[in-house]
Design a protein around this ligand. Sequence first.
Ligand code: 13P
Length: 264
Amino acid sequence: MHVFGLPPEAMRARLVAGNWKMHGSLAANQALLAALKARLKAIDGVGYAVCAPFPYLKQVATVLEGSPIAWGAQNVSEHDVGAFTGEVSGAMLREFGCHYVIVGHSERRGLYGESDPQVAAKFMAAQRAGLTPILCVGETLEQRERGDTDAVVARQLDAVLDAAGVAAVANAAIAYEPVWAIGTGKTATPSQAQGVHEFVRALVAKRDKELAAALPILYGGSVKPDNAKELFAMADVDGGLIGGASLVADDFAAICDAAAGTLK
Ligand code: 13P
């Protein structure tokens, strides 16, 4: 597709992914997925996904079959197979038709001690299995107030780019999720989000300009129907990773509409 006169970033696909975190039940998922299926129509250039807890992935796959909504997991082992009690491999996810997997979410980094090298290993394991990783990066409030946002985001991103090589971003999305905005109702302003997104793209561009221009960079942190449009309208914000609002069908669908509405 080529649209004359538009800059390359206008060609980037949009993606809105829901991160259900540890929420759901068979009945609640059924109702949520049925409502989303009825509401979300396939639109060129806009992707939708839901990332559900492991036990519900089969249900999600079954209910979403034939719909334009893809699905993903929230975590994956950095190992391919072996004696790793409680872990789930990329190949297992792929066997069920899983498309995306979130890696390096701040809750995994903060609560479960996932390090930059481990996140990089998970990113690579996901790709080895044919999954598309959604790599989360983002600073805490303390780090932002110290003026360390760029350094933290660069460290998190470079750990993956150094280990996996820049070519790996051809099959990945990045999600910038400032930790202070997650589940707090405090959203980054559109210009704060744009600032970091631009920085992330520039970091990738230092290694490969074309891959950087095509890379979807999502914003996450208290995205709601009433702030999605202004966030997604920013030049380097290509969609969102949605927590709380992804559990409410009308809200998630409205956020997806906002992504479609800001498609340039
Ligand atoms: P909230 O949208 O609930 O702030 O969560 C964001 C998030 O962590 C998505 O991964």
